[in-house]
Design a binder for this molecule. Structure first.
Ligand code: SF4
Length: 362
C-alpha cells in the first residue's frame, strides 16, 4: 500500500518535467550568490564545493561565508591545503564544529593529492572512499562540480520531496522512499544547477515551519500544496518514551572520612566499574530491603537522574556511617577510598553525579 497521499480517483502524479523546468527557470534568476558557486550553467571548482559542503555540515551559510573566504585565501587549492601543517588547519577550523572534521579535511586533501593527482574524483563511489565524505557530500560534489546526474539528499531535499509527493509516511522510516523519489527528480541536462536550486528552495521558500507556497515556483505541481498539507510534512515518528527505573545509591563514610566503593560485577550494566554500592535499578544482588547496606542505617540525601540508552534512571542517594575501618573486614569487591582520589579511579558518569550530589569531588 502506498503511503503517498491520495484520494481515490483524484490522485495525480507529479509532473516531473514541468517541475524541472520551473525550478531551473527560477534558479536562473534567483540563485543565491555564494563564493563557492559558479553562475548558473557553469561548472564550479570541486575543491571549493568540497570545502563548503564540509563546512556546511554543522553550520549555517551565514556563519560559513567569512570562514570559507579565509580558508580559500590561505589555501587556494587542494595542493596548498595538503601541504599545510595539520595544526594550522585545526587552528583555522576553530568554531566550525568537531575537530575530527578538520582532521578528515586535511587527510582527504592529502589523499586527493597523493592518490588522485590533485583532482577530486567524479564518481560518487570513489568520492565516498575519501576521509570525511559521506553519501550526501559525495553526491553534492559529483553533481555540482562534475554534472553527474545524482541527487544529494539532505534535510532540505528530503523536506521538499516529501511535500512534492505528499509522502505521509513518517521519518525516519520514510527515508528510503523519499530518497528514491528525490532521485527521480534529477535531470541529465543541468544536474549541478538542479541540486543547488533544491538547496536554495529549501533554505528560502520551502522552509521547515512556514513554507512560502505562494512564492514557490513549484506550487502548480506540488501535491502537499494541492492538499493543504505543506506545513504538516514531512511527518516524524514520535519518539518513544524511555522506560523508567529507580533505585538507591549509598554513600557510606567510615570514621576516618573515607567513602565505601564497590567494584561492579564483570557482566551487566557498568560492568567492572567502581560504584557507590547501589541497588534496585539493575537486578543485581544483594538487595537491602530497609535501605541498610551491610547493616548500616542510612538517611536520604539527594536524588539523581541519569539517562541510559535504553532507560531513564532516578536514584535516591542515601548517606550513612559505616563502623568498619579495615579493608579485610569488607564484603567482596568493596574498598575504602579517600574522597580526593575519587576523580582518579574512573567512576562512570552516573556515579560521578552521585558523588557530586553528596558534595564529593568527582
Ligand atoms: Fe514547498 Fe509549498 Fe513549494 Fe510545495 S508549493 S515545494 S510545499 S513551498
Amino acid at each position: 500500500m502506498t503511503a503517498d497521499h491520495h484520494s481515490g480517483k483524484s490522485r495525480k502524479e507529479v509532473n516531473i518535467s514541468a517541475l524541472r523546468k520551473a525550478l531551473l527557470t527560477w534558479y536562473d534568476t534567483r540563485a543565491l550568490s555564494l563564493p563557492w558557486r559558479a553562475p548558473p550553467g557553469e561548472r564550479a571548482d570541486p575543491y571549493a564545493v568540497w570545502l563548503s559542503e564540509v563546512m556546511l555540515q554543522q553550520t549555517t551559510v551565514a556563519a560559513v561565508l567569512p570562514r570559507f573566504q579565509r580558508f580559500i585565501e590561505r589555501w587556494p587549492n587542494v595542493q596548498a591545503l595538503a601541504a599545510a601543517p595539520l595544526e594550522d588547519v585545526l587552528a583555522e577550523w576553530a568554531g566550525l564544529g568537531y575537530y575530527a572534521r578538520a582532521r578528515n579535511l586535511h587527510a582527504c586533501a592529502r589523499l586527493v593529492v597523493e592518490a588522485h593527482d590533485g583532482c577530486f574524483p567524479q564518481d560518487p563511489a570513489q568520492l565516498r572512499a575519501l576521509p570525511g565524505i559521506g553519501a550526501y557530500t559525495a553526491a553534492a560534489i559529483a553533481a555540482i562540480a562534475y554534472n553527474v546526474p545524482v541527487m544529494p539528499v539532505d534535510g532540505n531535499v528530503e523536506r521538499i520531496t516529501a511535500r512534492l509527493f505528499a509522502i505521509n509516511q513518517p521519518l525516519p522510516a520514510a527515508k528510503k522512499r523519499i530518497a528514491a523519489r528525490a532521485a527521480t527528480l534529477q535531470n541529465a541536462h543541468r544536474p549541478g544547477d538542479f541540486a543547488q536550486a533544491m538547496m536554495d528552495l529549501g533554505r528560502t521558500v520551502c522552509t521547515p515551519k512556514a513554507p512560502a507556497c505562494a512564492a514557490c515556483p513549484l506550487q502548480d505541481v506540488c501535491r502537499a500544496h494541492a492538499h493543504g498539507l505543506a506545513a504538516d510534512l514531512p511527518r516524524r515518528e514520535r519518539r518513544k518514551e524511555k522506560p523508567h527505573r529507580s533505585g538507591m545509591a549509598f554513600i557510606l563514610h567510615n570514621p576516618s572520612g573515607q567513602v565505601l566503593l564497590r567494584r561492579r560485577s564483570l557482566s551487566g550494566l557498568l560492568a567492572g566499574m567502581p560504584e557507590f554500592p547501589s541497588q534496585g535499578w539493575d537486578d543485581a544482588p544483594p538487595f537491602w530491603p530497609d535501605a541498610r547496606p551491610f547493616g548500616v542505617k542510612t538517611r536520604p540525601l539527594a536524588r539523581v537522574r541519569h539517562v541510559f540508552t535504553h532507560f531513564m534512571l532516578d536514584l535516591e542517594v542515601r548517606q550513612g556511617l559505616h563502623p568498619v575501618l579495615v579493608d579485610d573486614n569488607l564484603p567482596e569487591g568493596c574498598f575504602w577510598l579517600d574522597p580526593l582520589e575519587l576523580s582518579m579511579i574512573g567512576l562512570p558518569s552516573l556515579m560521578k553525579k552521585v558523588a557530586r550530589s553528596a558534595g564529593l569531588p568527582a
